[in-house]
Design a protein around this ligand. Structure first.
Ligand code: TXA
Ligand code: MG
Length: 355
């Protein structure tokens, strides 16, 4: 692939959206902010444009893309059936961090859906994303704008790290608000099923549509269960150093137990004594209790949204610091606990020490 001259535009630069629209209309690639993470967009209805996304990310071709829209009417262009559960969820959560899976119409190319007969659709709430979709007059296929396997970008500088020379435009909208990817709900079966946990939780969905299931492959470590969202089977987010989560199995409060803190201190001082570069991922409240040289503060463990907002930037920071071993507290309490731990466990390759 030949090098592209990637242009970065700040949100207050009015020429940015126009340049981005032009790139999308010529089947190019544009990274843009959404409220969850930065997306890497292309014309969703053009197979050749979508193919460029896979090349830029190094993404496996069986991993389908989410189609981003700015008007609920678009759902009827893209999906062959729209059940009542879909209209209820659209009404309740769009624009916002929810993706729905529906049977696709033929205009959605197989290149966008990884050969699946279903399509993932989301209406983001970020004003830059909405303007881009509206002004281009296109539906925009967009995965997260990271190199496949790396943490999703939550700042334009993360996109630049992975995508300079590979895409046409980066729209810099500053740091995103939520920080983890949208909740994905499959509406093609009898009962709505969560394929990826996110900011919109199971209980929030159940208030609108009644009982909701979770894809069994997300909760059962049995590797023979295949997740229904193809992307959920891949290793993801992993920093270059070896990440281990240290967790107190019997703990109920959001604050981390003394046992966890003392074990992390023991492990980090052992590794540092052996000459390794080591980091700890800690909640704000516990950070002063660690002795390690590099302490990365993930937010307030009793407020999951503060952890979600910082998690990916911290995983990237581990790489820029070139740390070789990383020990993290578990952030499993509260409404967002399962969404955060789903990402952290992947980043850790499921390595957990229970105290
Ligand atoms: O918040 C988000 O959803 C962000 C922003 C940019 O909108 N996008 C994002 O896209 O996270 P990506 O490509 O990184 O993740 C999409 C996930 C993958 O796990 C993929 O397998 C799944 O959605 N997916 C897409 N289409 C699907 C389908 N038809 N059936 C099941 N899973 C699907
Ligand atoms: Mg992704």
């Amino acid at each position: 692939m030949s090098e592209l001259n990637t242009k970065i535009y700040k949100q207050d630069d009015d020429s940015g959206i126009a340049k981005a629209v032009k790139a999308l209309q010529s089947d190019g690639l544009v990274a843009f902010p959404t409220e969850t993470v930065y997306g890497l967009g292309a014309n969703a209805l053009k197979e050749d444009a979508a193919a460029k996304i896979y090349a830029a990310k190094g993404r496996p071709s069986d991993n389908p893309l989410i189609v981003h829209i700015a008007d609920t009417k678009a759902v009827y262009d893209l999906a062959s059936e729209v059940p009542e559960t879909a209209t209820m969820l659209m009404e309740a959560f769009w624009p916002g961090p929810l993706t729905i899976i529906l049977p696709k119409k033929n205009i959605v190319p197989d290149g966008t859906t990884g050969g699946l007969k279903t399509v993932a659709i989301r209406m983001p709430s970020h004003p830059v994303a909405l303007s881009l979709i509206k002004e281009s007059g296109l539906y925009i296929a967009a995965p997260s704008a990271n190199t496949s396997g790396r943490p999703s970008p939550t700042e334009a500088s993360h996109v630049a790290e992975d995508m300079m020379g590979k895409i046409d435009v980066i729209l810099d909208g500053g740091a995103v608000g939520i920080g983890i990817e949208s909740t994905i709900v499959d509406l093609t079966g009898d009962i709505p099923t969560i394929l990826r946990p996110g900011f919109i939780t199971k209980s929030m969905l159940e208030k609108i549509v009644g009982p909701v299931k979770i894809d069994p492959a997300l909760i059962n470590p049995d590797p023979s269960l295949r997740p229904k969202a193809p992307g959920m089977k891949y290793t993801h987010y992993a920093p270059k150093g070896e990440l281990t989560i240290v967790e107190d199995k019997n703990q109920t409060k959001a604050t981390t137990s003394d046992k966890v803190i003392s074990l992390i201190n023991q492990l980090t001082s052992e590794k540092e004594a052996e000459g390794y570069k080591v980091a700890v991922i800690a909640s704000e409240d516990n950070a002063p209790l660690y002795t390690c040289n590099h302490i990365l503060i993930a937010g307030d463990s009793s407020k999951g949204e503060t952890v979600a907002a910082k998690l990916y930037a911290i995983l990237r920071k581990c790489d820029s610091l070139e740390v070789e071993y990383i020990y993290s507290e578990a952030f499993n309490k509260g409404e967002l606990g399962s969404a955060i731990m789903n990402r952290l466990l992947k980043a850790a390759g499921q390595r957990v020490i229970q105290v």
